[in-house]
Ligand binder design. Structure first.
Ligand code: ADP
Ligand code: MG
Length: 450
């Protein structure tokens, strides 16, 4: 049966090819040694008959259908599904048909959860977010490419999917292609192997918006780079928007050709900074809100999210994973989510993300930064030029280490824990109004954590 054959084809052509090319085929008739399939578009018809006809024939024969020839046809306008025609109202009004106009794009599936709505904006990602938003408006191309870079789990993929969703909603007709650089290479190599380079080129040059995720992957892969470069240039020449992501700035990707580096730098290069406490807390609050809907009976104690935002600084994925586990666990045992529960349930994650920052280190760096003596950190002086840096150090000791207030007090010359508390509060209060202080804190945090 066709079902059996499909399973075999899935194995032999691979998941991606299957989804793009085999899945949409509809077996029409099988008689007189001819298997007739319906395909949705002309472009697909050509592609499939060039690339997969023989394999399909062989597989059909193998399951006992004597097939000599495989044919593909595109349904005429009359028997085409009307729903489809309605979904793409603008297509008919286009002036000139382009190669591959109707074809399914060989992109990666988009994660429905990665939208602008679910993206929490903070200082570290506000530029990247604003740039992505601009592209998602679909207006005239103002910078090309948009190059987003940053460490693992900072939201690059999320933003790219969000742009794709948004564009697709605003302009259902737009051909938006999102894929990873790895998938780009995979498709390219396959096209080479099957002598289908023309089809490959046509396909990639027919898109309106191209997004390639994790482009660092093609570094060192010569012919893929070459092809990427040509695709890139062809699209830029047509004024088609391109978005690229990588784990570092274009200039810092090793084994990437110079001409590609400089091309990538031509547009807007924006980095996603490591998350800060506020952003992490914002993300946790948003997630917790979702979970509240999912587990209405669960209680979440005050301070738990703050604790997690302080302690899990590695990446957002880990942060999300921690919260997921916490809610699942709490609902399982039917307990309120408290600090204690969090510490038990997330011991491994907390241990792994434990920064090895010591209070001594904090005191030294802060003293250096404010140009005061290390001994003044623990000494009794109360002038502001010394007391303020000391409070900053207390604040950092509280937020960057797991030490308790009394312990911190001991390291600050045997001060009482209420004094420490007071110092921390002071800094918390000031940093919202005093931009210099807030900058100092960011800088110091970076120094200490980096
Ligand atoms: P990257 O591609 O940079 O490695 P992802 O986009 O895959 O990171 O993000 C990792 C996870 O963290 C995803 O689940 C994503 O939804 C989430 N995430 C990252 N940044 C944010 C943010 N600012 N707001 C909400 N979720 C975020
Ligand atoms: Mg990613």
């Amino acid at each position: 049966s066709w079902g059996q054959v499909r399973n075999e084809l899935l194995k032999s052509v691979g998941k991606n090819n299957f989804a793009s090319w085999i899945e949409p085929l509809k077996l029409d008739t099988l008689e007189n040694g001819i298997a007739r399939f319906e395909v949705p578009t002309k472009f697909m018809r050509d592609w499939v008959s060039r690339n997969f006809a023989e394999q399909i024939r062989q597989h059909l024969t193998r399951v006992g259908a004597e097939v000599e020839r495989v044919e593909f046809h595109v349904p005429t306008q009359r028997d085409a599904a009307p729903a489809k025609a309605e979904a793409k109202p603008n297509r008919a009004s286009r002036n000139a048909p382009r190669a591959g106009d109707d074809a399914e794009l060989p992109g990666a599936p988009l994660d429905a959860r990665f939208t602008f709505d679910s993206f929490v904006v903070g200082k570290p990602n506000e530029l990247a977010h604003a740039a992505a938003r601009r592209v998602a408006e679909g207006g005239p191309v103002t910078f090309n490419p948009l190059f987003l870079y940053g460490g693992v789990g900072l939201g690059k993929t999320h933003l790219m999917h969000a742009v794709a969703h948004e564009l697709q909603t605003r302009q259902p007709d737009l051909r938006v292609l999102y894929l990873s650089a790895e998938q780009f290479m995979y498709r390219f190599v396959q096209a080479l192997r099957e002598k289908e380079i023309m089809g490959f080129k046509e396909m990639f040059r027919s898109v309106d918006v191209l997004m390639v995720d994790d482009v660092q992957f093609i570094a060192g892969k010569e012919s893929t780079q070459e092809e990427f470069f040509h695709t890139f240039n062809a699209l830029v020449d047509q004024n088609k928007q391109i978005i690229i992501s990588a784990d570092r700035a274009p200039g810092e990707i090793k084994d990437l050709e110079e001409r590609i580096k400089s091309r990538l730098q031509c547009g807007l290069v924006v980095d996603l900074h490591p998350t800060d406490y506020e952003l992490r807390l914002g993300i946790l609050q948003q997630k917790a809100e979702q979970y509240r809907g999912q587990y209405p009976a669960l209680k979440l104690a005050n301070g738990v999210l703050e604790f997690l935002a302080h302690r899990i600084t590695t990446n957002v994925r880990v942060l999300e994973g921690a919260l997921t586990r916490l809610f699942a666990f709490a609902s399982l045992v039917g307990r309120e989510i408290t600090l204690d529960l969090a510490q038990d349930c997330l011991a491994d994650i907390l241990r792994a993300s434990d920064r090895k920052v010591t209070i001594e280190e904090i005191q030294r760096k802060v003293a250096e930064h404010y140009n005061i003596r290390l001994s003044d950190m623990i000494g009794p002086k109360r002038v502001r030029t010394i007391a303020r840096p000391r409070q900053v150090a207390m604040y950092l000791a509280k937020t960057l280490t797991t030490r308790s207030l009394p312990e911190i007090g001991r390291r600050f010359g045997g001060r009482d824990h209420t004094t420490i508390m007071h110092g921390i509060r002071k800094v918390e209060e000031l940093k919202t109004t005093d931009s210099q202080l807030s900058e100092d804190l960011n800088m110091l945090r970076r120094l200490l954590e980096g």
